[in-house]
Design a protein around this ligand. Structure first.
Ligand SMILES: C[S@@+](CC[C@H](N)C(=O)[O-])C[C@H]1O[C@@H](n2cnc3c(N)ncnc32)[C@H](O)[C@@H]1O
Length: 251
């Protein structure tokens, strides 16, 4: 079971430089947020440390942030307080979302940062997408980002050691990804992520977590979105690029 409760402590070292503040994180989605009505109701359903949620609240939106990890939800609440943002936080797995919110509550639902692959297999993905779809008003949009798993799988199991130090909060770290690629697409894959921080006295402090994931082909995601009542409006998928964004609207 994927928890993120350990990585939550060091997650900022995993966020790219370009998105390392809440305003920058929200600005990365300006293409879709400009489609929203004033005072839009927005859900970030895998909020992580809350950078996107707090950034969207800073733009005047009514933001709810949810995540399966209690530690991540706590970090989001702390970041909201630090920025004086009004973000409602709830700890909830995707499948639990309909227990917390009425159907058609939101104008936009974000599930970004390569989160959906943590849903357990095609069944879990389907349940997650159905939850997100239910919570959207008709014409509302879901925004998903994904790794290009076609590329990831082609490279096979391997170790990726960061080739530069990442500096956050005045401290440097090296980030290491260890990929366990299963023989079949539908099998459980695993990623072990380690953040090795170097402190002022040159001690190395390592935080790591082994995460399970179930990859999905770009074309299959399109079919699964349709089954959940969502029509793909745009996709940035490029066979050569590492990540892509899909925007789909509630039919
Ligand atoms: C790679 S992080 C991305 C966090 C954030 N969206 C970002 O872009 O920085 C994946 C997030 O998905 C959350 N997550 C994993 N499985 C989940 C589930 N079943 N329901 C809700 N959130 C989940 C994790 O706790 C984690 O915060």
């Amino acid at each position: 079971m994927t928890s993120y409760d350990v990585l939550a402590e060091v997650y900022e070292w995993l966020i790219s430089d370009a998105k390392s503040t809440p305003p920058e994180f929200a600005a990365a989605f300006a293409d879709v947020t400009r489609l929203l009505p004033a005072n839009a109701r927005v859900l970030d359903c895998s909020c992580g440390t809350g950078h996107l949620a707090v950034g969207l609240a800073g733009l005047g939106m009514q933001v709810v942030a949810t995540d399966a990890s209690a530690a991540m939800v706590r970090r989001t609440a702390e970041l909201s307080e630090e920025f004086g943002a009004s973000v409602r936080t709830v700890r909830a797995d995707w499948e639990e979302l309909p227990d917390h919110f009425d159907d058609a509550t939101f104008d936009m639902v974000f599930c970004v940062g390569n989160s959906l692959h943590h849903a357990v297999g095609a069944r879990g993905r389907r349940a997650a997408l159905e939850s997100m779809s239910r919570l959207l008003r008709r014409g509302g949009r879901v925004v998903l980002t994904s790794r290009n798993w076609e590329l990831v799988r082609a490279r096979g199991s391997r170790l990726d050691i960061g080739d530069r130090l990442v500096r956050r909060n005045g401290r440097d770290a090296v980030v290491v990804y260890r990929w366990e690629i299963a023989p079949q697409w539908e099998d459980e894959h695993r990623i072990e992520i380690a953040v090795a921080q170097v402190d002022a006295s040159e001690q190395v402090l390592v935080r790591s977590e082994l995460l399970s994931c179930w990859p999905c082909r770009h074309d299959d995601l399109d079919v699964e979105l349709r089954r959940a009542g969502l029509r793909t409006e745009s996709s940035t998928f490029d066979p050569e690029a590492e990540n892509y964004t899909v925007v789909a609207s509630r039919i």
